[in-house]
Design a protein around this ligand. Structure first.
Ligand SMILES: O=C(O)CCC(=O)C(=O)O
Ligand SMILES: [Fe+2]
Length: 355
């Protein structure tokens, strides 16, 4: 016995936030309240810049239209975020997922907990454990959908939610691969290069439920972070704004556009592009009167892939020097997970070369 067993004792599960609100809509436990300093920084909110977040026509992009590719390059350089329209995913598919998810979150907790995330795991319904920061005002269902062999059938919901996830994710695989193709082109490579560099395109889906919150300025639905994969695609609901991105030191809300997806550059594209394309900090704020559900698809490389700035991106950058060290993707994930830093300081600490 002794210290080792204490260290590895399973962490107690975090509270279910939806249930907290159901039992008392006005309670916000201390563990969710941000520190004063952080809250004071919210004066940097800039809603009027929302209309400037780039919008890209996916169907033109897929056909290789020069102007759309130029817009993509600009969006990834200046914003790290953009919305895509005309993505070709049928409304029945997106609606199908939204309807099924809404029904799932309405179930009693004991039913939802039939697919609870086991301790020390990242798949299933609940929260992956965090021991170092203010808690997020949300519950999540996280599933690795592709490749098939990473699936954990015990934490998948039953039909019809299961089918809706399958259908949506297979469509999103096509959209993600196509976007990686367009990114390869604007990085001066063959269309299939970035996809190939993943060795295996790992694709998790995170369905997040952000309950209403009686203290929206004190608790965040999701604290500031950057995504650790190559790309992320978020489907938002039409009627609740929550996602905000850091643009030139200010928080800019991403206003939902009906039938659009929000796409963002992750840390790995930032490293591959030697910092030309930016993995931007983002967060989700809470809403006093409405719950919000979001659907985030992530694309990640195989954990044994060595990530480093690509040659031609180094050559075209000022000074022609790599700005990031070589790091194995699995190690990158492990190291960044251990870190207590907020936001995207982990990219700097783990991969960036001091200049
Ligand atoms: O809920 C959202 O809009 C964004 C979620 C997100 O950024 C994430 O899960 O990494
Ligand atoms: Fe994110």
């Amino acid at each position: 016995m002794g210290s080792k067993s204490t260290l590895y004792a399973p962490c107690p599960p975090l509270p279910n936030v939806q249930e907290l609100v159901r039992t008392d809509p006005f309670q916000v436990p201390e563990t969710y309240i941000r520190n004063e300093e952080d809250i004071a920084k919210d004066a940097d909110l800039c809603p009027h810049l929302s209309s400037e977040v780039p919008i890209i026509d996916f169907s033109l992009l897929s056909k290789g239209h020069k102007e759309e590719l130029r817009k993509l390059d600009q969006a990834c350089k200046e914003w790290g975020f953009f919305q895509v329209v005309n993505h070709g995913v049928a409304t029945e598919v997106t609606k199908g997922l939204k309807n099924a998810a809404e029904k799932f979150f309405e179930l009693p907790l004991e039913d939802k907990n039939k697919i609870a995330m086991p301790p020390n795991d990242i798949q299933g319904y609940g929260h992956s454990h965090v021991d170092h920061k203010v808690l997020d005002w949300s519950d999540k269902l996280v599933l690795v959908v592709y490749p098939h062999q990473y699936r954990k059938p015990d934490v998948w919901p039953p039909t019809p939610f299961k089918e809706a996830i399958e259908t949506y994710s297979s469509e999103l695989r096509r959209v993600g691969e196509q976007l990686l193709g367009s990114l390869s082109l604007i990085m001066g490579m063959e269309k299939d290069t970035l996809l190939g560099l993943h060795q295996e395109l790992v694709q998790p889906l995170s369905v997040a439920y952000y309950p209403q919150c009686s203290m929206p300025d004190k608790a965040l639905g999701l604290s500031a972070h950057s995504d650790k994969g190559s790309l992320g695609i978020v489907m938002q609901e039409d009627d609740v704004t929550g996602l905000q991105i850091k643009h030139r030191g200010k928080w800019v809300p991403i206003e939902p556009i009906s039938d659009a997806f929000v796409v963002n550059v992750g840390d790995i594209i930032e490293i591959w592009s030697n910092g030309k394309y930016k993995s931007i900090e983002h967060r989700v704020v809470t809403n006093e009167s409405k719950a919000r559900i979001s659907y985030s698809t992530f694309y990640l490389p195989h954990q044994n892939v060595e990530i480093e700035p690509l040659n031609q991106m180094v050559l075209e950058s000022p000074g022609s020097q790599p700005l990031y060290k070589k790091v194995m993707y699995g190690d990158y994930l492990k190291q960044t997970k251990k870190m207590r830093s907020e936001g995207k300081a982990h990219v700097i600490e783990v991969a960036k070369i001091a200049t």
